[in-house]
Write a protein that binds this ligand. Structure first.
Ligand code: ADP
Ligand code: MG
Length: 274
């Protein structure tokens, strides 16, 4: 390992899928929490005007001060927008509905696709090193300017995929978008991995989809699958990650396993890169 221990490298992951309801926000919140639980320093950036990640992490509307909107439109530093969460090692840049106006407000702006990248680059240049080892960006369910900013800023895309009919079609479309972003904005953008969500082993379709996705995307698909678990869907209404709400449930254990897999792959990637 050639990287100095006191300057941990930062890995920026865009949690993306143009489809809504596939588990992006749930994965951003809970993978982020699980990464913090295994000792990483994690910043979650809520890039969805709906602000579900902010609510799910216990930051109601009235408490959101400097937001992703201020970062993207006004150039506010991430360090000013990052609010500590209730958990050590986990910070949040909240979103509010203003964020939906970004597309129009930046219509004529310079570097409109690189607003988030510029903000993250400033973090990378923090004296003494980045205070975070992972940044997870929770994308909105569309391919708008916000998602483009996320993919232009990211080192890699992490794709939550719901085990349902048409999952592969959606994934193929997303891969095409990643190709476009590579060609125009961010040549080094990688696919970090695909995580199967809301998996139900009693459902034959769920199992078939999982097999199909694995046969097409091979080891890009994480071994860990996130089971459908009612505790996972209950937790956000308490403003808590599921790991805080119920550490022992199957959803929490799966996100912890996923975090270990992500960290393991990251170590392996760095070892080959070094
Ligand atoms: P997205 O951000 O992609 O729109 P969400 O993360 O908001 O998707 O998830 C969509 C819905 O599915 C939410 O109501 C969420 O609570 C629920 N959900 C996500 N993952 C699970 C899971 N593993 N088990 C049960 N419900 C889940
Ligand atoms: Mg969402």
């Amino acid at each position: 390992d050639s990287e100095p221990r006191s300057y941990p490298a930062l890995r920026v992951l865009s949690v993306s899928n143009q489809k809504g309801g596939v588990g992006k926000t749930t994965t951003a919140i809970n993978l982020g929490t699980a990464l913090a639980a295994v000792g990483e320093k994690v910043l979650i950036i809520d890039m969805d005007p709906q602000g579900n990640a902010s609510t799910g992490l216990g930051m109601p509307r009235g408490k959101r001060k400097t937001t992703a909107y201020d970062v993207i439109v006004n150039g506010a530093p991430l360090a000013d927008a990052a609010a500590p969460s209730a958990l050590p090692g986990l910070w949040l840049v909240p979103a509010d509905p203003d964020l939906s106006g970004v597309e129009l407000e930046l219509a004529q702006a310079q570097r409109r696709s690189f607003r988030l990248r510029d903000a993250i680059n400033a973090v990378r240049q923090t004296p003494g090193g980045s205070p975070y080892t992972y940044i997870l960006i929770d994308c909105p369910p569309s391919l708008n300017l916000l998602t483009v900013n996320a993919m232009a800023a990211a080192d890699a895309v992490l794709v939550p995929l719901q085990c349902e009919f048409f999952a592969l079609e959606g994934l193929t479309q997303l891969m095409r978008t990643v190709e476009l972003v590579r060609a125009s904005l961010n040549p080094k953008l990688e696919i970090q991995g695909v995580v199967l969500t809301m998996y139900d082993r009693r459902n034959r379709l769920s199992d078939q989809v999982a097999q199909d996705v694995r046969s097409h995307f091979g080891d890009k698909v994480y071994e860990t699958m996130i089971p459908r678990n009612v505790r996972v869907s209950e937790a956000p209404s308490f403003g808590k990650p599921v790991l805080v709400y119920d550490l022992n449930c199957s959803g929490s254990q799966a996100y912890l396993k996923l975090a270990r897999e992500v960290v393991g792959r990251e170590r392996a990637r760095r070892a080959t890169a070094a």
